[in-house]
Design a protein around this ligand. Structure first.
Ligand code: AMP
Ligand code: TRP
Length: 325
C-alpha cells in the first residue's frame, strides 16, 4: 500500500528560532525517520517575497534554511527537499484556487491581519492571497498530513475548505489534509511569555545558531514569574511553564518528571541546567555547514522530482477545468 504523504515548508526569512524547531522542524525529522510516510519538505521562498526583503540576502537565506534542515536531521535520500520557486507549478495552481476563494475568507486570516498591522507600508496582494499559495503547495502533492505550529492551523482549515470546494465543483481531485501538531506547537517568547516566540520580537528568541554564551545568557535572563517553585501553571506562571515545555521537549522527559526532579531546587539551578541542555541540543546547528555549491546541486535535482509530481497533478486539474493541455 502507498504510504500517506506529508508536506510542509518554512519561509527563508532569517534565522530559525527554537519555536520553529520544537513546533515544526523537530517533528519533520521524527516523521521522516518513522518510515511511515513519504515526506516532502520545501523552502517557501515565493511566500517569503510577501514581506520586505533584500534580494542580495535571499539566496543565502535559502541556503541557510537548507543547512538547518540538514543539521536537524532531514535526509535528502529519505525526504524530498526542494525550493518552491524551482518547482513553480504551485503558483499556477494557486491562481486557480484564487478563483474559488471568497475574499471574505482571506480577510479572516489572523496571520494576514497581524502582518498587515506590523507593516502598514507594504500590504501587498501577495500577502493577502498567501493562503491560496500555501493550499496549492499542500494539495498539489496529495498531502494527507501537514506538520506545522499552531499559528498555521487556520491556514490548514482554509486549505481543507478549498480542496473540498474544488472537489465539489469540478470532481474529486484533491485530498483534505490534516495538521500534525507537537506538544510545543506554540512556544512563547523568552522575554514576554504572554506572546509567541517570533522573529518579529528577536530579543525573545533563542536562535538555533546562537553561541553557547548567548544561549546561556538568554535562558538565565528569561522572564520567570513571582515565587520560586518549579511548577507548571500556564495561566499563572507562563514564564516557568514555557521553560518547562522547552526542557521537556529537548529531553523527552515528562513535565511531571522534571517538576519532581526540581522539587527542592530554585529557578537558578533549573535555568543553569536548561541552558546546558539547550547548548547541547542545538550543537548541530552551530557546527559545520554544507558548502553552497553542494546545496545548489541538491536543489536543482530535487526540483526536477517535485516538478514531475506537480506536472501530473496540473494535467488532471486542467482536464477537470476544461482547459487545454
Ligand atoms: P515561520 O518562521 O513563520 O515560517 O514558521 C515556520 C514553522 O515554525 C511553522 O510551522 C510555524 O507554525 C512554526 N512556528 C513558528 N513560531 C512558532 C512558535 N513560537 N511555536 C511553535 N511553532 C512555531
Ligand atoms: N505559511 C507557512 C509558515 O509561515 C509556510 C508554508 C508555506 C507552509 N507553504 C506551506 C507550511 C505548506 C506547510 C505547508 O510557516
Amino acid at each position: 500500500m502507498k504510504k500517506p504523504i506529508i508536506v510542509s515548508g518554512i519561509q527563508p526569512t532569517g534565522r530559525l528560532h527554537l519555536g520553529n524547531y520544537l513546533g515544526a522542524l523537530k517533528n519533520f525529522v521524527a516523521l521522516q525517520n518513522s518510515g511511515k510516510y513519504n515526506c516532502i519538505f520545501f523552502i517557501a521562498d515565493y511566500h517569503s517575497l510577501t514581506i520586505n526583503f533584500d534580494p542580495k540576502e535571499k539566496q543565502q537565506q535559502i541556503y541557510n534554511l537548507v543547512n538547518a534542515y540538514l543539521s536537524a536531521g532531514l535526509d535528502p535520500k529519505k525526504s524530498l527537499l526542494f525550493t518552491q520557486s524551482q518547482a513553480p507549478d504551485c503558483t499556477e495552481l494557486a491562481w486557480i484556487l484564487n478563483t474559488i476563494t471568497p475574499i471574505g475568507e482571506l480577510e479572516r486570516m489572523t496571520q494576514y491581519k497581524d502582518k498587515a498591522q506590523e507593516n502598514k507600508q507594504n500590504i501587498n496582494a501577495g500577502l493577502f492571497t498567501y493562503p491560496a499559495l500555501m493550499a496549492a503547495d499542500i494539495i498539489m502533492y496529495d498531502a494527507a498530513f501537514v506538520p506545522v505550529g499552531e499559528d498555521q492551523v487556520q491556514h490548514l482549515e482554509f486549505t481543507r475548505t478549498l480542496a473540498r470546494k474544488f472537489n465539489n465543483k469540478f470532481g474529486k481531485t484533491f485530498i483534505e489534509p490534516q495538521p500534525i501538531l507537537t506538544k510545543t506547537a506554540r512556544l512563547m517568547s523568552l522575554n514576554d511569555p504572554e506572546k509567541k516566540m517570533s522573529k518579529s520580537i528577536p530579543n525573545g528568541c533563542l536562535f538555533l545558531n546562537d553561541s553557547p554564551a548567548e544561549i546561556e545568557k538568554k535562558i538565565k535572563t528569561a522572564v520567570t514569574d513571582s515565587g520560586s517553585e518549579i511548577k507548571y501553571d500556564a495561566q499563572n506562571k507562563p514564564g516557568i511553564s514555557n521553560l518547562l515545555d522547552i526542557y521537556s521537549a529537548l529531553t523527552e522527559k515528562s513535565v511531571a518528571e522534571i517538576e519532581n526532579k526540581y522539587k527542592d531546587k530554585n529557578y537558578g539551578q533549573f535555568k543553569t541546567d536548561l541552558a546546558q541542555i539547550a547548548i547541547k541540543a542545538l550543537e548541530p546547528f552551530r557546527s559545520k555547514k554544507i558548502p553552497d555549491s553542494k546545496i545548489k546541486t541538491l536543489l536543482s535535482a530535487s526540483a526536477k522530482k517535485a516538478q514531475k509530481l506537480s506536472s501530473a497533478k496540473m494535467k488532471e486539474v486542467k482536464n477537470k477545468l476544461g482547459l487545454p493541455n
